[in-house]
Design a binder for this molecule. Structure first.
Ligand code: 8IG
Length: 265
C-alpha cells in the first residue's frame, strides 16, 4: 500500500469508528493549543491515532496523539488531531503528513494547522500571542511530494481564510513561518540570518503538512503561538512556568477564534 492508499484506509476506519460519512474541516493542534480543542463543539468520538492504519507510535512512551470527531454548533463535522508526528522523529516525511492525507481522504476541504513557535520579532510580538501564518520558508530540506508533480505555492495559506480570521479577531498580526527539521534549536547567528531573509517565526512543523494539504486541493489556515523568542533575541530565556501561564491565559481566545472561524468557513 502506498502512502495515499494508507491514508484512504485510515479515513475509512475513522469514518466507521466515528459514525460520520464525511468531515468538513480538520484541525491539527500543536503544543500549547490542546486546551483550545474543547471549545470547538460536541465530541462524537475520540481515539488514539495508533488505532488507525499508518499512524506512527508515540515518540515518547505514553504520549500517542489522539484524534477527535467533533460536531460544531452549526453542524460541521470537524476532525481534531491532538498532537502530530514531527520530522525530527526520524521516520521520514510520509508519517508527518499522514494526518492531513487521512483528513483529505475523509472529505476534508479545509485544514487548520496550529503550532507553537519561536518569535523572531520581539519588537512587535508578545509571548502567548497567536499569529496568522501568511507564508512559509521551507528549510526542512524535505517535501512530501515525489515525482514531477509541480504544485503552485503562491497562496498556500488561503487569503480568504486569513481575511476571515482577521474579521473574527482584528487584533491578529501576520507572519512568515520558517521550518527546520530540528530537534536542535537555532544558534543566535542562524536566528539573525532568518530575520534577514524575511522570517517572523521559526519552528519544526506545519510546512510539510501545508504542502500535502495543497497537493490534496484543501484550503489552509495556519496559526502560530509564540512561546519564546529566537536564540539571542531576548535578554533572558523565559522560564517554563511563564510560558504555561501565558498559554493557559490565551487558550480561551484561541478556542473562540477557532470555533468562530470554523463556523464561518
Ligand atoms: I515552541 O525557538 C518553539 N519551537 N526551531 N525554534 C525552533 N522551534 C521552536 C522554537 C524555536 N520554539
Amino acid at each position: 500500500m502506498n502512502a495515499y492508499e494508507l491514508a484512504g484506509a485510515a479515513a475509512n476506519s475513522l469514518r466507521e469508528r466515528a459514525g460520520v460519512d464525511s468531515f468538513d474541516v480538520a484541525l491539527v493542534m500543536g503544543s500549547g493549543w490542546l486546551p483550545a480543542a474543547d471549545a470547538i463543539g460536541e465530541v462524537a468520538a475520540e481515539m488514539a491515532v495508533t488505532e488507525l492504519p499508518g499512524f506512527a507510535p508515540p515518540a515518547v512512551a505514553g504520549h500517542a496523539g489522539r484524534v477527535r470527531a467533533t460536531v460544531t454548533a452549526s453542524g460541521k463535522n470537524v476532525l481534531i488531531f491532538l498532537g502530530r508526528t514531527h520530522l525530527y522523529e526520524g521516520r521520514g516525511v510520509d508519517p508527518v503528513v499522514h494526518n492531513v492525507r487521512t483528513a483529505a481522504a475523509a472529505g476534508v476541504r479545509t485544514v487548520v494547522l496550529t503550532n507553537a513557535a519561536g518569535g523572531l520579532r520581539p519588537e512587535t510580538q508578545r509571548v502567548g500571542e497567536p499569529i496568522l501564518i501568511s507564508d512559509h520558508i521551507n528549510m526542512t530540506g524535505q517535501t512530501p511530494i515525489v515525482g514531477a508533480t509541480f504544485i503552485d505555492l503562491t497562496d498556500v495559506y488561503t487569503p480568504r481564510l486569513r481575511k476571515l480570521a482577521l474579521e473574527v479577531d482584528p487584533g491578529l498580526t501576520e507572519g512568515v513561518y520558517l521550518a527546520l527539521r530540528g530537534p536542535t534549536y537555532e544558534t543566535p547567528a542562524e536566528i539573525r540570518m532568518f530575520r534577514t531573509i524575511g522570517a517572523d517565526l521559526v519552528g519544526m512543523s506545519t510546512v510539510l503538512e501545508a504542502i500535502a494539504a495543497r497537493e490534496a486541493g484543501a484550503e489552509i489556515l495556519g496559526l502560530s503561538m509564540v512561546t519564546n523568542y529566537g536564540a539571542g533575541l531576548a535578554g533572558e530565556p523565559l522560564n517554563h512556568e511563564e510560558v504555561l501561564a501565558v498559554g493557559a491565559a490565551t487558550a480561551e481566545r484561541m478556542g473562540h477564534l477557532l470555533a468562530k472561524v470554523i463556523d464561518r468557513i
